[in-house]
Write a protein that binds this ligand. Structure first.
Ligand SMILES: [Zn+2]
Length: 477
Protein backbone atom coordinates (compact mmCIF):
# COMPACT_ATOMS: atom_id res chain seq x y z
CA UNK A 1 0.00 0.00 0.00
CA UNK A 2 1.43 3.34 -1.03
CA UNK A 3 -0.01 6.67 0.00
CA UNK A 4 0.63 9.97 -1.71
CA UNK A 5 -0.49 13.14 0.07
CA UNK A 6 -0.61 16.65 -1.34
CA UNK A 7 -2.23 19.80 -0.02
CA UNK A 8 -4.67 22.55 -0.88
CA UNK A 9 -3.83 25.17 1.79
CA UNK A 10 -6.32 27.70 0.49
CA UNK A 11 -9.34 25.39 0.72
CA UNK A 12 -7.85 23.45 3.68
CA UNK A 13 -7.86 20.01 2.11
CA UNK A 14 -5.46 17.08 2.08
CA UNK A 15 -5.51 15.24 -1.27
CA UNK A 16 -5.01 11.53 -0.69
CA UNK A 17 -4.09 8.98 -3.31
CA UNK A 18 -3.70 5.32 -2.33
CA UNK A 19 -2.16 2.67 -4.60
CA UNK A 20 -3.12 -0.89 -3.77
CA UNK A 21 -1.42 -3.74 -5.55
CA UNK A 22 -1.68 -7.52 -5.45
CA UNK A 23 -5.34 -7.59 -4.33
CA UNK A 24 -6.69 -11.14 -4.34
CA UNK A 25 -10.43 -10.83 -3.67
CA UNK A 26 -13.01 -9.35 -6.06
CA UNK A 27 -13.85 -6.55 -3.63
CA UNK A 28 -11.79 -4.75 -0.98
CA UNK A 29 -13.14 -3.02 2.12
CA UNK A 30 -11.19 0.04 3.24
CA UNK A 31 -11.69 1.34 6.78
CA UNK A 32 -10.83 4.68 8.38
CA UNK A 33 -10.64 4.87 12.20
CA UNK A 34 -13.36 6.71 14.10
CA UNK A 35 -11.10 7.52 17.09
CA UNK A 36 -7.44 7.98 18.02
CA UNK A 37 -5.73 6.09 20.88
CA UNK A 38 -5.07 8.43 23.80
CA UNK A 39 -8.08 10.56 22.84
CA UNK A 40 -10.98 8.59 24.28
CA UNK A 41 -13.85 10.04 22.29
CA UNK A 42 -15.49 9.07 19.00
CA UNK A 43 -14.36 11.74 16.53
CA UNK A 44 -15.93 10.18 13.42
CA UNK A 45 -13.04 11.09 11.12
CA UNK A 46 -14.85 9.79 7.99
CA UNK A 47 -17.11 12.87 8.18
CA UNK A 48 -14.20 14.84 6.70
CA UNK A 49 -13.80 12.59 3.62
CA UNK A 50 -15.13 13.91 0.30
CA UNK A 51 -14.88 12.89 -3.36
CA UNK A 52 -13.98 9.23 -2.75
CA UNK A 53 -13.17 7.52 -6.06
CA UNK A 54 -11.55 4.28 -7.18
CA UNK A 55 -9.90 3.38 -10.51
CA UNK A 56 -8.43 0.38 -12.31
CA UNK A 57 -4.87 0.63 -13.81
CA UNK A 58 -6.30 2.05 -17.07
CA UNK A 59 -7.97 4.87 -15.19
CA UNK A 60 -11.50 3.50 -15.52
CA UNK A 61 -13.68 4.24 -12.50
CA UNK A 62 -14.62 1.28 -10.30
CA UNK A 63 -17.92 0.82 -8.53
CA UNK A 64 -17.86 1.34 -4.76
CA UNK A 65 -20.31 1.65 -1.88
CA UNK A 66 -20.18 2.59 1.79
CA UNK A 67 -20.23 -0.07 4.51
CA UNK A 68 -21.20 1.56 7.77
CA UNK A 69 -19.92 5.01 8.62
CA UNK A 70 -16.22 4.23 8.19
CA UNK A 71 -16.06 1.58 5.46
CA UNK A 72 -15.73 1.83 1.66
CA UNK A 73 -16.22 -1.34 -0.44
CA UNK A 74 -14.44 -1.16 -3.79
CA UNK A 75 -15.57 -3.73 -6.40
CA UNK A 76 -12.59 -4.46 -8.63
CA UNK A 77 -13.44 -7.96 -9.99
CA UNK A 78 -10.32 -9.69 -11.24
CA UNK A 79 -8.30 -6.49 -11.39
CA UNK A 80 -5.51 -6.73 -8.77
CA UNK A 81 -4.21 -3.18 -8.81
CA UNK A 82 -6.42 -0.32 -7.72
CA UNK A 83 -5.95 3.39 -7.09
CA UNK A 84 -8.20 5.16 -4.61
CA UNK A 85 -8.40 8.90 -4.13
CA UNK A 86 -10.26 11.21 -1.77
CA UNK A 87 -9.93 14.56 -0.07
CA UNK A 88 -9.88 15.18 3.68
CA UNK A 89 -11.15 18.47 5.06
CA UNK A 90 -8.53 19.73 7.54
CA UNK A 91 -9.70 22.60 9.67
CA UNK A 92 -9.43 21.49 13.34
CA UNK A 93 -7.28 23.03 16.08
CA UNK A 94 -6.67 19.77 17.92
CA UNK A 95 -3.87 17.31 18.65
CA UNK A 96 -6.02 14.50 17.23
CA UNK A 97 -7.47 16.12 14.10
CA UNK A 98 -6.08 17.47 10.84
CA UNK A 99 -5.23 21.09 10.12
CA UNK A 100 -3.98 22.59 6.86
CA UNK A 101 -3.30 26.32 6.54
CA UNK A 102 -1.15 28.46 4.23
CA UNK A 103 1.76 27.93 6.64
CA UNK A 104 1.55 24.30 7.70
CA UNK A 105 -0.11 20.93 7.84
CA UNK A 106 -0.66 18.87 10.97
CA UNK A 107 -1.64 15.32 10.10
CA UNK A 108 -2.61 12.84 12.82
CA UNK A 109 -2.84 9.61 10.79
CA UNK A 110 -6.19 8.34 12.06
CA UNK A 111 -8.10 11.05 10.25
CA UNK A 112 -6.35 10.53 6.90
CA UNK A 113 -5.37 6.96 6.13
CA UNK A 114 -7.52 3.89 5.49
CA UNK A 115 -6.45 0.28 5.97
CA UNK A 116 -7.81 -2.88 4.38
CA UNK A 117 -10.33 -4.40 6.76
CA UNK A 118 -8.79 -7.11 8.96
CA UNK A 119 -5.34 -6.38 7.48
CA UNK A 120 -3.75 -3.72 9.66
CA UNK A 121 -0.46 -5.61 9.70
CA UNK A 122 0.56 -4.60 6.18
CA UNK A 123 3.60 -2.36 5.64
CA UNK A 124 2.88 1.01 4.09
CA UNK A 125 4.75 3.99 2.63
CA UNK A 126 3.65 7.62 2.52
CA UNK A 127 5.00 10.22 0.12
CA UNK A 128 4.30 13.91 0.66
CA UNK A 129 4.29 16.56 -2.08
CA UNK A 130 4.83 19.93 -0.41
CA UNK A 131 3.79 23.40 -1.49
CA UNK A 132 6.93 25.39 -2.49
CA UNK A 133 6.88 27.48 0.66
CA UNK A 134 6.98 24.55 3.12
CA UNK A 135 10.45 23.26 4.02
CA UNK A 136 10.39 20.55 6.69
CA UNK A 137 8.60 17.33 7.62
CA UNK A 138 8.66 16.28 11.29
CA UNK A 139 7.45 12.86 12.40
CA UNK A 140 8.51 9.74 14.29
CA UNK A 141 8.05 7.69 11.10
CA UNK A 142 11.08 6.13 9.47
CA UNK A 143 12.47 8.18 6.55
CA UNK A 144 13.15 6.34 3.28
CA UNK A 145 15.83 7.22 0.73
CA UNK A 146 13.32 8.72 -1.68
CA UNK A 147 12.81 12.39 -0.72
CA UNK A 148 9.79 13.11 1.51
CA UNK A 149 8.86 9.42 1.72
CA UNK A 150 8.25 7.56 4.98
CA UNK A 151 7.65 3.98 6.04
CA UNK A 152 5.60 2.20 8.69
CA UNK A 153 5.76 -1.55 9.33
CA UNK A 154 2.01 -1.65 10.02
CA UNK A 155 -1.02 0.57 10.39
CA UNK A 156 -0.89 0.72 14.20
CA UNK A 157 2.43 2.52 13.81
CA UNK A 158 1.22 4.66 10.90
CA UNK A 159 -1.84 5.78 12.86
CA UNK A 160 0.37 6.43 15.88
CA UNK A 161 2.72 8.76 13.96
CA UNK A 162 1.46 12.30 13.44
CA UNK A 163 3.24 14.43 10.84
CA UNK A 164 3.91 18.16 11.04
CA UNK A 165 4.90 19.93 7.82
CA UNK A 166 5.82 23.59 7.42
CA UNK A 167 8.59 25.98 8.38
CA UNK A 168 9.09 24.84 11.96
CA UNK A 169 12.40 25.43 13.72
CA UNK A 170 14.29 22.15 14.03
CA UNK A 171 16.76 21.14 16.72
CA UNK A 172 18.43 17.76 16.38
CA UNK A 173 20.41 16.06 19.12
CA UNK A 174 21.73 12.64 20.04
CA UNK A 175 21.35 11.48 23.62
CA UNK A 176 22.47 8.14 25.06
CA UNK A 177 22.57 6.56 21.60
CA UNK A 178 19.19 7.75 20.34
CA UNK A 179 18.25 10.48 17.84
CA UNK A 180 15.93 13.29 18.86
CA UNK A 181 14.16 16.02 16.89
CA UNK A 182 12.55 19.07 18.42
CA UNK A 183 10.12 20.69 15.97
CA UNK A 184 8.84 24.08 17.11
CA UNK A 185 6.15 26.07 15.36
CA UNK A 186 6.63 29.17 17.53
CA UNK A 187 10.26 29.17 18.77
CA UNK A 188 10.19 32.74 20.11
CA UNK A 189 12.22 32.99 23.34
CA UNK A 190 13.69 29.51 22.92
CA UNK A 191 17.06 29.09 24.67
CA UNK A 192 18.51 25.96 23.13
CA UNK A 193 21.17 25.18 25.68
CA UNK A 194 18.93 25.45 28.75
CA UNK A 195 15.87 23.77 27.31
CA UNK A 196 17.64 20.91 25.54
CA UNK A 197 19.80 20.42 28.64
CA UNK A 198 16.72 19.99 30.83
CA UNK A 199 15.05 17.81 28.20
CA UNK A 200 18.05 15.47 28.24
CA UNK A 201 17.96 15.28 32.04
CA UNK A 202 14.25 14.49 31.91
CA UNK A 203 14.78 11.78 29.26
CA UNK A 204 17.58 10.17 31.30
CA UNK A 205 15.52 10.25 34.50
CA UNK A 206 12.54 8.70 32.74
CA UNK A 207 14.39 5.97 30.84
CA UNK A 208 16.44 5.05 33.94
CA UNK A 209 13.19 4.32 35.75
CA UNK A 210 12.30 1.51 33.33
CA UNK A 211 15.82 0.55 32.21
CA UNK A 212 15.13 0.26 28.49
CA UNK A 213 14.57 2.61 25.54
CA UNK A 214 12.35 0.88 22.97
CA UNK A 215 12.67 3.41 20.09
CA UNK A 216 15.50 4.42 17.72
CA UNK A 217 14.39 8.01 17.29
CA UNK A 218 11.91 10.32 19.02
CA UNK A 219 10.23 13.50 17.74
CA UNK A 220 8.83 16.31 19.93
CA UNK A 221 6.24 18.16 17.81
CA UNK A 222 5.64 21.41 19.69
CA UNK A 223 2.97 23.44 17.97
CA UNK A 224 1.83 27.01 18.53
CA UNK A 225 -0.48 28.38 21.17
CA UNK A 226 -3.27 26.06 22.26
CA UNK A 227 -4.27 23.35 24.68
CA UNK A 228 -3.66 19.63 24.82
CA UNK A 229 -1.05 17.08 23.92
CA UNK A 230 -1.13 13.55 22.61
CA UNK A 231 1.31 10.76 23.29
CA UNK A 232 2.73 8.38 20.70
CA UNK A 233 5.24 5.54 20.79
CA UNK A 234 8.15 7.59 19.43
CA UNK A 235 6.73 11.09 19.23
CA UNK A 236 4.42 13.53 20.93
CA UNK A 237 2.32 16.34 19.53
CA UNK A 238 1.60 19.20 21.92
CA UNK A 239 0.28 22.70 21.85
CA UNK A 240 2.36 25.22 23.80
CA UNK A 241 2.11 28.69 25.31
CA UNK A 242 3.08 29.94 21.81
CA UNK A 243 6.32 31.26 23.32
CA UNK A 244 9.33 30.00 25.27
CA UNK A 245 9.55 33.18 27.34
CA UNK A 246 8.54 31.66 30.67
CA UNK A 247 7.71 34.54 32.98
CA UNK A 248 7.85 32.44 36.15
CA UNK A 249 9.63 29.28 37.26
CA UNK A 250 6.21 27.70 37.92
CA UNK A 251 5.24 28.29 34.28
CA UNK A 252 8.44 26.60 33.13
CA UNK A 253 7.93 23.67 35.54
CA UNK A 254 4.39 23.22 34.40
CA UNK A 255 5.42 23.21 30.71
CA UNK A 256 8.18 20.65 31.34
CA UNK A 257 5.74 18.54 33.40
CA UNK A 258 3.43 18.49 30.39
CA UNK A 259 6.23 17.38 28.01
CA UNK A 260 7.34 14.80 30.61
CA UNK A 261 3.80 13.48 30.87
CA UNK A 262 3.52 12.84 27.13
CA UNK A 263 7.03 11.40 27.07
CA UNK A 264 6.47 8.97 29.98
CA UNK A 265 3.42 7.68 28.08
CA UNK A 266 5.84 5.98 25.70
CA UNK A 267 6.10 3.53 28.57
CA UNK A 268 2.87 3.95 30.48
CA UNK A 269 0.10 3.26 27.92
CA UNK A 270 2.13 2.67 24.74
CA UNK A 271 4.16 -0.27 26.06
CA UNK A 272 2.96 -0.80 29.66
CA UNK A 273 -0.70 -1.06 28.74
CA UNK A 274 -4.07 -2.43 29.76
CA UNK A 275 -4.89 -5.40 27.54
CA UNK A 276 -7.77 -3.55 25.87
CA UNK A 277 -5.45 -0.81 24.57
CA UNK A 278 -3.78 -2.50 21.63
CA UNK A 279 -3.89 -3.91 19.09
CA UNK A 280 -6.72 -1.45 18.66
CA UNK A 281 -10.22 -1.74 17.35
CA UNK A 282 -10.46 1.61 15.54
CA UNK A 283 -14.10 1.08 14.56
CA UNK A 284 -15.65 1.67 17.97
CA UNK A 285 -15.06 2.55 21.63
CA UNK A 286 -12.51 0.43 23.49
CA UNK A 287 -13.55 0.24 27.13
CA UNK A 288 -11.05 -0.30 29.92
CA UNK A 289 -11.36 0.18 33.70
CA UNK A 290 -7.61 0.90 33.94
CA UNK A 291 -7.00 4.40 32.54
CA UNK A 292 -6.37 5.53 36.13
CA UNK A 293 -3.09 3.62 35.78
CA UNK A 294 -2.29 4.78 32.24
CA UNK A 295 -3.21 8.44 32.83
CA UNK A 296 -3.24 8.82 36.62
CA UNK A 297 0.18 7.26 37.22
CA UNK A 298 1.56 9.26 34.28
CA UNK A 299 0.44 12.45 36.04
CA UNK A 300 2.05 11.20 39.27
CA UNK A 301 5.33 10.29 37.58
CA UNK A 302 5.74 13.82 36.15
CA UNK A 303 6.86 14.72 39.69
CA UNK A 304 9.33 11.91 40.58
CA UNK A 305 10.87 12.07 37.08
CA UNK A 306 11.48 15.84 37.21
CA UNK A 307 12.57 15.70 40.86
CA UNK A 308 15.14 12.98 40.13
CA UNK A 309 16.28 15.03 37.11
CA UNK A 310 16.95 17.96 39.46
CA UNK A 311 14.48 20.21 37.63
CA UNK A 312 11.85 20.60 40.36
CA UNK A 313 12.32 20.54 44.14
CA UNK A 314 10.44 18.81 46.94
CA UNK A 315 8.36 21.89 47.75
CA UNK A 316 7.00 21.94 44.20
CA UNK A 317 6.29 18.18 44.46
CA UNK A 318 4.32 18.57 47.71
CA UNK A 319 2.48 21.66 46.46
CA UNK A 320 1.35 19.89 43.28
CA UNK A 321 0.21 16.79 45.19
CA UNK A 322 -1.62 18.94 47.76
CA UNK A 323 -3.41 20.80 44.95
CA UNK A 324 -4.63 17.62 43.33
CA UNK A 325 -5.84 16.17 46.67
CA UNK A 326 -7.68 19.46 47.34
CA UNK A 327 -9.28 19.27 43.90
CA UNK A 328 -10.68 15.78 44.47
CA UNK A 329 -11.65 16.24 48.11
CA UNK A 330 -13.22 19.65 47.50
CA UNK A 331 -15.95 18.30 45.22
CA UNK A 332 -18.90 16.02 45.67
CA UNK A 333 -18.07 13.85 42.66
CA UNK A 334 -15.77 11.73 44.86
CA UNK A 335 -18.89 10.32 46.58
CA UNK A 336 -20.60 9.30 43.36
CA UNK A 337 -17.97 7.86 41.05
CA UNK A 338 -15.12 5.45 41.71
CA UNK A 339 -11.75 5.83 40.01
CA UNK A 340 -12.35 2.59 38.16
CA UNK A 341 -15.70 3.86 36.89
CA UNK A 342 -14.22 7.19 35.74
CA UNK A 343 -11.93 5.18 33.51
CA UNK A 344 -14.59 2.93 32.05
CA UNK A 345 -17.00 5.81 31.37
CA UNK A 346 -14.48 8.19 29.80
CA UNK A 347 -16.13 7.67 26.40
CA UNK A 348 -19.17 9.48 27.78
CA UNK A 349 -17.24 12.17 29.61
CA UNK A 350 -14.07 13.11 27.67
CA UNK A 351 -15.52 16.50 26.71
CA UNK A 352 -18.66 16.33 28.83
CA UNK A 353 -18.99 19.73 30.49
CA UNK A 354 -22.47 19.21 31.89
CA UNK A 355 -23.10 21.49 34.85
CA UNK A 356 -23.54 18.53 37.22
CA UNK A 357 -20.06 17.16 36.43
CA UNK A 358 -18.20 18.30 39.56
CA UNK A 359 -21.03 16.99 41.75
CA UNK A 360 -21.28 13.55 40.17
CA UNK A 361 -17.97 12.67 38.56
CA UNK A 362 -14.24 12.54 39.23
CA UNK A 363 -11.33 12.57 36.81
CA UNK A 364 -8.63 9.92 36.72
CA UNK A 365 -6.21 12.79 36.01
CA UNK A 366 -6.84 13.93 39.59
CA UNK A 367 -7.57 10.89 41.76
CA UNK A 368 -5.20 8.70 39.69
CA UNK A 369 -1.98 10.51 40.78
CA UNK A 370 -3.17 10.44 44.40
CA UNK A 371 -3.42 6.64 44.23
CA UNK A 372 0.00 6.67 42.54
CA UNK A 373 1.58 8.46 45.50
CA UNK A 374 -0.28 6.41 48.13
CA UNK A 375 0.57 3.14 46.42
CA UNK A 376 4.22 4.18 46.19
CA UNK A 377 4.21 4.93 49.94
CA UNK A 378 2.30 1.75 50.83
CA UNK A 379 4.62 -0.57 48.89
CA UNK A 380 7.62 1.08 50.56
CA UNK A 381 5.96 0.73 53.97
CA UNK A 382 5.23 -2.97 53.37
CA UNK A 383 8.75 -3.78 52.16
CA UNK A 384 10.87 -1.74 54.57
CA UNK A 385 11.46 0.70 51.66
CA UNK A 386 13.09 -1.97 49.50
CA UNK A 387 10.42 -1.89 46.77
CA UNK A 388 8.25 0.86 45.29
CA UNK A 389 5.80 1.76 42.55
CA UNK A 390 8.82 1.88 40.21
CA UNK A 391 9.14 -1.89 40.66
CA UNK A 392 5.50 -2.33 39.62
CA UNK A 393 6.07 -0.27 36.45
CA UNK A 394 9.26 -2.18 35.63
CA UNK A 395 7.59 -5.56 36.23
CA UNK A 396 4.70 -4.63 33.96
CA UNK A 397 7.10 -3.45 31.23
CA UNK A 398 9.42 -6.45 31.32
CA UNK A 399 6.88 -9.19 32.02
CA UNK A 400 4.04 -8.08 29.76
CA UNK A 401 5.47 -5.83 27.03
CA UNK A 402 8.86 -7.45 26.56
CA UNK A 403 8.17 -11.11 27.41
CA UNK A 404 4.51 -11.67 26.61
CA UNK A 405 4.18 -8.85 24.04
CA UNK A 406 0.71 -7.96 25.27
CA UNK A 407 -1.13 -5.77 27.74
CA UNK A 408 -2.13 -6.81 31.26
CA UNK A 409 -5.59 -7.55 32.63
CA UNK A 410 -6.98 -5.88 35.72
CA UNK A 411 -6.33 -8.99 37.86
CA UNK A 412 -2.80 -9.28 36.49
CA UNK A 413 -2.11 -5.69 37.50
CA UNK A 414 -3.15 -6.32 41.12
CA UNK A 415 -1.23 -9.59 41.09
CA UNK A 416 1.98 -7.78 40.04
CA UNK A 417 1.40 -5.24 42.84
CA UNK A 418 0.97 -8.07 45.37
CA UNK A 419 4.16 -9.75 44.16
CA UNK A 420 6.15 -6.51 44.48
CA UNK A 421 4.68 -5.61 47.90
CA UNK A 422 4.73 -9.18 49.25
CA UNK A 423 0.99 -9.00 50.01
CA UNK A 424 -2.20 -7.85 48.27
CA UNK A 425 -2.93 -4.09 48.30
CA UNK A 426 -6.48 -4.57 49.61
CA UNK A 427 -7.02 -1.03 50.89
CA UNK A 428 -5.65 0.57 47.75
CA UNK A 429 -7.94 -1.57 45.62
CA UNK A 430 -10.89 -0.43 47.71
CA UNK A 431 -9.92 3.23 47.06
CA UNK A 432 -9.86 2.46 43.33
CA UNK A 433 -12.98 0.31 43.03
CA UNK A 434 -15.27 2.21 45.43
CA UNK A 435 -15.88 5.76 46.68
CA UNK A 436 -14.65 4.88 50.17
CA UNK A 437 -12.94 7.80 51.99
CA UNK A 438 -9.13 7.87 51.78
CA UNK A 439 -7.12 7.80 55.02
CA UNK A 440 -4.59 10.47 53.99
CA UNK A 441 -3.21 11.00 57.49
CA UNK A 442 -2.11 7.38 57.76
CA UNK A 443 -0.25 7.35 54.44
CA UNK A 444 1.27 10.78 55.04
CA UNK A 445 2.62 9.54 58.39
CA UNK A 446 4.15 6.45 56.72
CA UNK A 447 6.25 8.90 54.68
CA UNK A 448 7.15 11.38 57.42
CA UNK A 449 4.56 13.87 56.18
CA UNK A 450 1.41 15.42 57.58
CA UNK A 451 -1.71 16.76 55.91
CA UNK A 452 -3.65 19.72 57.30
CA UNK A 453 -7.35 20.61 57.11
CA UNK A 454 -6.79 22.43 53.83
CA UNK A 455 -5.16 19.31 52.32
CA UNK A 456 -1.62 20.75 52.44
CA UNK A 457 1.07 18.11 52.67
CA UNK A 458 4.15 19.12 54.65
CA UNK A 459 7.27 17.56 56.12
CA UNK A 460 7.21 16.37 59.77
CA UNK A 461 10.39 17.67 61.36
CA UNK A 462 12.39 15.25 63.46
CA UNK A 463 10.85 12.06 62.13
CA UNK A 464 13.15 9.07 61.94
CA UNK A 465 13.37 5.42 61.04
CA UNK A 466 11.38 3.94 58.19
CA UNK A 467 9.21 7.06 57.67
CA UNK A 468 12.31 9.21 57.16
CA UNK A 469 13.82 6.70 54.75
CA UNK A 470 10.57 6.50 52.76
CA UNK A 471 10.33 10.29 52.58
CA UNK A 472 13.93 10.68 51.48
CA UNK A 473 13.48 7.99 48.83
CA UNK A 474 10.49 9.79 47.34
CA UNK A 475 11.41 13.44 47.89
CA UNK A 476 15.18 13.41 48.31
CA UNK A 477 17.03 14.72 51.34
ZN1 LIG B 1 -1.87 11.53 29.37
Amino acid sequence: MRYHLSFDPEEQYIHVSLSLSGLSEEATILRMPVWAPGYYIILDYPKNVVDFEAFDPDGHPLIWEKSGKNGWVVHHGNCHDVTVSYRVYANAHSVAECMVTEEKAFIPGNGVYMHIEEKKNMPVTVHFTLPDTWKHISTGLKRMEETNTFYAADFDLLYDSPVYIGNQTLIHFTHEGHEYELAMETPEGFEEQDFVGDLKKMISSCTALIGDVPYDNYCFILMGRGGGGLEHFNSQACFTYGTYHFTTREMYNSFLSFITHEYFHLYNVKTIRPIELGPFDYDKEVFTPLLWISEGFTVYYELPILLRAGIINKDYFLKEMSAVIRKVEGKNGKNHMSLRQSSYDIWLNFFNNNANGADTRISYYDKGPIIGLLMDIEIRQMTDNRRSLDDVMRALYWQYYKEKDRGFTEEEFWQVCAEVAGQPLMEMRRYVDTTSAIDYAKYAAYAGLRIDDDWNLSVVEGCSGLALRIRESILGK
